[in-house]
Design a protein around this ligand. Structure first.
Ligand code: PG9
Length: 625
């Protein structure tokens, strides 16, 4: 009867002109998957919806949620490869969560990939720089609120984890945290883009950002690449002229964030008001937070220590605010951690941390019935001797021991005395800047970029435009735990100048266990300081030509033992190219716009004279500690 009623045709026919691509997102079924993957659009308080990928291990209930908010494509973060196995689908950094039945959530930040809304680079908190009603703190709040109400497999407890930009979004969630946010692990967070994280270091601009801005800001999804047609970035940047000139050639100067950078070369209110350490210092500390960073983090080496230090005074029982430093590159905590460049460590240090420290830290706050964990206030990998240590505080050193630059390019714990020349000098030529890694420089090549902070410095120690001071061979271990402080008395024949200072561990001439380390000059801590900011980061002033001035600045934190038979080395130079933009060595109002004639050679002098004892103050601790 039914057959007849339908006119004798088959039950349902697909019309020939039915569109062959579904209007809604279509997912191919993954049979026998050990997870359920959902993609949802979560509404924020201003009506904007954020694309969120939720991965639920099959069969879990009362499970905690681990949330990451990213500008780097949530679907990609939850899709390492197509697989029925959750371990293959999520990244290595998620291993501990997967093995412990966590629900894993990735969300595109507003304006990127699948999320609605406007994208603003590291969107500042609501306040003088952000007059909207939303920021990453409110977006995290609204997301967590939605997740605990809608993910029925969850136990209502949420943790946040993420590295770099994703570490920044973790810290932003702590500005006004949702009560269900029970613990947080910001890794290599971007905290202060001017002082020492991604954009500048002490006022010197980091040129690789232009490629990053092109990639992030030229499209909502994956953006454009800069095509220079030049194999060596050193050539491409030098030929262009100033950093603005380079940006202009490729049209990057049209992007708003590049404009904002070029308009704010000094540490003005634009930078100060978005520095997250300053913001968090004013907020109550309620969420247990373990901040993580790599010792040789080539992108965000500043922010983790700065936030830890800013928040630590509130941590009355030394329980809520902890710090972890491993022997890693930027974000190395989420990958294999048994080596970095030529250095080899005691097994996979990253995996060891994730399973033995991070997981029990999270579990105690997030998993129903999990045991309490005795969270180390500081968990630090001491390089040189290669061991993890639990510490009660950071920095460990409470005072410093001065190491002086001396005549004859020597370095020692005694002052120079009056014998010998008062200074050493070199000519810094901005038309021949010193490369930061051996040429050809390929900043986009991960094999060059990721381990560059452990590059052998021998290629530079004999250059005529580098001063290299070296100690006697050590007869006892020299252990440092804290931030070395540079105390430089120097002059320039120009009116502006950069000072790059490198603290280096020189290996013995022969290392039988690993021959390629014989004579290796291993960077322990290095940074750059733009001389115009010596009187204040917000007060650029010309340097009086040929007059010795004092430059005082901290190098990145170290936890290192120089072993007997090794030597301590300090290298000083005035360019680090093309990682940092060139200082023209003539004072101009804004270095981004320096003109070809502004770039001039300068004679640089470093003093070791009575009353002008250049030195490096070392955070020395007892070697056994
Ligand atoms: N270091 C990268 C970054 C963070 C924040 C702003 C710009 C860049 C990152 O790895 O995410």
């Amino acid at each position: 009867l039914l057959f007849a009623a339908l006119g004798g045709t088959a039950l349902a026919q697909t019309p020939p002109m039915a569109p062959d691509i579904p209007a809604d997102k279509f997912s191919i079924t993954v049979p026998n998957a050990d997870y359920v993957k959902q993609e949802v659009m979560i509404p924020m308080r201003d009506g904007v919806k954020l694309h969120t990928v939720i991965v639920i291990p099959r069969g879990v209930s009362h499970a905690p949620i681990m949330l990451t908010r990213t500008p780097y494509n949530a679907s990609g973060r939850a899709g390492r490869m197509k697989s029925p196995h959750i371990t293959s689908m999520l990244g290595d950094g998620d291993d501990a969560f997967i093995e412990n039945g966590y629900i894993r959530v990735f969300q595109d930040v507003r304006g990127k990939y699948g999320s609605e809304g406007d994208y603003v680079m590291t969107r500042p908190v609501r306040g003088p720089l952000n007059n909207t009603q939303v920021d990453h703190s409110t977006d995290a709040w609204d997301t967590i609120d939605w997740l605990i109400r809608n993910v029925k497999e969850s136990n209502g407890k949420v943790g946040m984890v993420g590295s770099s930009y994703e570490g920044f979004t973790v810290l932003m969630a702590l500005v006004e945290p949702h009560p269900a946010l029970k613990a947080a692990v910001p890794m290599s967070p971007m905290v202060d883009g001017w002082r020492g994280d991604d954009w500048f270091h002490n006022g010197a601009f980091r040129n690789p950002n232009l490629a990053y801005i092109a990639g992030q800001n030229s499209a909502r999804g994956k953006g454009e690449e800069i095509v220079t047609g030049t194999y060596d970035d050193y050539d491409a940047f030098l030929r262009a002229g100033s950093t603005f000139d380079f940006a202009h050639i490729y049209g990057i100067d049209q992007l708003n964030f590049a404009k904002k950078l070029f308009e704010h070369p000094a540490y003005d209110s634009y930078w100060q008001e978005q520095a997250l350490d300053r913001i968090l210092a004013k907020k109550p500390l309620t969420v247990p937070t373990m901040t993580v960073v790599g010792r040789w983090d080539q992108e965000d080496i500043y922010g983790a220590y700065a936030t830890y230090a800013a928040v630590e005074p509130k941590d009355k029982d030394n329980k809520l605010n902890s710090l972890v430093v491993g022997p890693w590159r930027h974000s190395g905590v989420n990958y294999e951690g048994s080596s970095l460049g030529a250095l080899k460590f005691t097994g996979d240090t990253a995996r060891e941390f994730r399973r033995e420290v991070m997981l029990p830290f999270f579990n105690q706050y997030l998993k129903d019935g999990a045991p309490q964990f005795d969270t180390p206030p500081v968990w630090s990998y001491q390089t040189g001797v290669n061991r993890w240590r639990r510490l009660e505080q950071w920095p460990l050193a409470q005072a410093s021991t001065t190491m002086y630059l001396k005549p004859g390019l020597k370095l020692g714990f005694d002052k120079a005395g009056s014998k010998g020349a008062n200074f050493d000098e070199y000519v810094s030529d901005p038309m021949k800047p010193i490369p930061f890694v051996p040429r050809p420089v390929r900043m986009g090549d991960a094999t060059v970029w990721k381990p560059w902070l452990v590059t052998d410095q021998r290629s530079y120690s004999d250059r005529p435009d580098v001063l290299t001071y070296v100690s006697e061979r050590l007869t006892a271990p020299l252990a440092l735990a804290g931030a070395p402080m540079v105390n430089l008395f120097a002059s320039t024949s120009g009116t502006d100048s950069d000072w790059v200072v490198k603290l280096i561990d020189v290996y013995p001439d022969e290392v039988a266990s690993q021959p390629e380390l014989g004579g290796y000059q291993l960077p322990i801590s290095m940074d750059i300081f733009r001389g115009r900011y010596r009187q204040g980061f917000d007060k650029p002033t010309a340097i009086p030509a040929n007059k010795a001035e004092r430059y005082r600045f901290a190098l990145p934190n170290v936890d290192h033992v120089f072993l007997p038979g090794h030597r301590v080395m300090v290298q000083i130079q005035s360019s680090w190219f093309p990682l940092y933009d060139r200082n023209p060595q003539t004072f101009v109002p804004n270095i981004f716009y320096a003109k070809p004639d502004d770039y001039r050679k300068a004679t640089q002098r470093v003093y070791h004279a009575p009353g002008m004892e250049s030195s490096i103050e070392l955070p020395v601790v007892s070697a056994g500690k």
